[in-house]
Each structure stands twice: as structure tokens, then as C-alpha cells.
Design a protein around this ligand. Structure first.
Ligand code: SF4
Length: 182
């Protein structure tokens, strides 16, 4: 949390959540070769790469190809948990479960996007049912703008403290608002 890293947002998703805050990642995107992506990583001067989407694991083999050609970097993935996470590829795995019906895959942390009390209660029930450790639960405000994020942060902070969850403030939205490609 808070560590500068290069975000690579891969286009396409196998879900269509009605509250999706990155619909452009499902419906837009442009073709890049794996070598182009590798060059962007090498020129970033950052040591961490975050693979996100959409659902990045739909393009698992491309991630593997890039990771193999940029040795010395650390990789993290943000996935919706519907596709098995390959072992050994990532240094950190964040699962953001979208269906709260099944069991989530093993992950370093579990992120839930929350817009209000009802969402939080749903997360509470999920955490109880699945036995996820509370210290691995991160609550993130549902927002696309800095203004919306700021409004939600104080009540979510109070709720997280009461429950033993962590708060993920959507730092890039607080810093860059709704600008894309930053
Ligand atoms: S899994 Fe994520 S990217 Fe895909 S539709 Fe749901 S919120 Fe959007």
C-alpha cells in the first residue's frame, strides 16, 4: 500500500459487474506486443509491477512472457478470483471477489469495493462464512473521483477500525482524480 509501482491494466474481463468502476478496461484497450510492455517496464525505473484489469489472468501467458523478459522486478496481481492464480509468477496476490457466493482462492489480501452500509454488511457475512483473516481484508471506497473518495473515507475508516479491516483509500484517485494513463 502506497508503494510506487507501474500499473499495467489489461483489457477484457470475464465478468460484467453492474457497479464496475473501470468499464473502459472491459470495453476498450489497444494492442501492445509483449516486447512493448517489457520496454515500458524497463523504462519506468520502478521495481514493482501491478497487473490489473479487467481480469488480467485472462492474459496469463502474456504476463508470463513479459515477466520472463524483465528479470529483477517484483510482480503483483489484482484479480477477481475466478481464474486460478499461477504459482510462482507473482510476489503478491490481491483477490477482489465479485461473487460473494463461493470460496475465494488463497491470496495475500482480499479487497472489497464498498459504497455503503449494505455492502459492508455483505462483506462481514462473507468474511465470517469463509474464515478469511480480518487483517487480510481491505475495504476500498467505491468511487471514480477524488471528491467521492474523500466523502467515503471517514465513515469507512470508522467501520474498518471497528471490524479489524484495513482501509485502502484508492491512492491514485486521491492523487490523480479521474485522470487515466497516469
Ligand atoms: S471484475 Fe472488475 S473489471 Fe471485471 S466487470 Fe467486475 S469490477 Fe469490472
Amino acid at each position: 500500500m502506497g508503494r510506487p509501482m507501474l500499473f499495467i491494466r489489461l483489457a477484457g474481463c470475464n465478468l460484467s459487474c453492474k457497479w464496475c468502476d473501470t468499464p473502459y478496461a472491459r470495453d476498450e484497450g489497444r494492442e501492445m506486443s509483449t516486447e512493448d510492455v517489457a520496454m515500458r517496464i524497463r523504462s519506468s525505473h520502478l521495481s514493482w509491477v501491478c497487473w490489473t484489469g479487467g481480469e488480467p489472468l485472462l492474459q496469463r501467458s502474456a504476463i508470463e512472457d513479459v515477466a520472463a523478459s524483465v528479470r529483477g522486478y517484483r510482480h503483483t496481481v489484482e484479480t477477481n478470483g475466478t481464474i486460478p492464480v499461477p504459482s510462482g509468477l507473482f510476489d503478491h496476490v490481491t483477490v477482489s471477489p465479485k461473487s460473494l457466493a463461493g470460496m475465494p482462492p488463497l491470496a495475500d489480501c482480499y479487497k472489497f469495493v464498498v459504497g455503503g452500509k449494505e455492502d459492508l454488511e455483505e462483506v462481514d457475512r462473507y468474511v465470517l462464512r469463509t474464515g478469511i483473516a480480518r487483517e487480510r481484508v481491505y475495504i476500498q471506497p467505491r468511487c471514480t473521483t477524488k471528491g467521492d473518495a474523500i466523502q467515503l473515507l471517514a465513515p469507512l475508516w470508522t467501520a474498518c477500525v471497528a471490524r479489524g479491516y484495513a482501509l485502502s483509500p484508492r491512492l491514485h484517485v486521491l492523487v490523480f482524480d479521474d485522470r487515466r494513463g497516469v
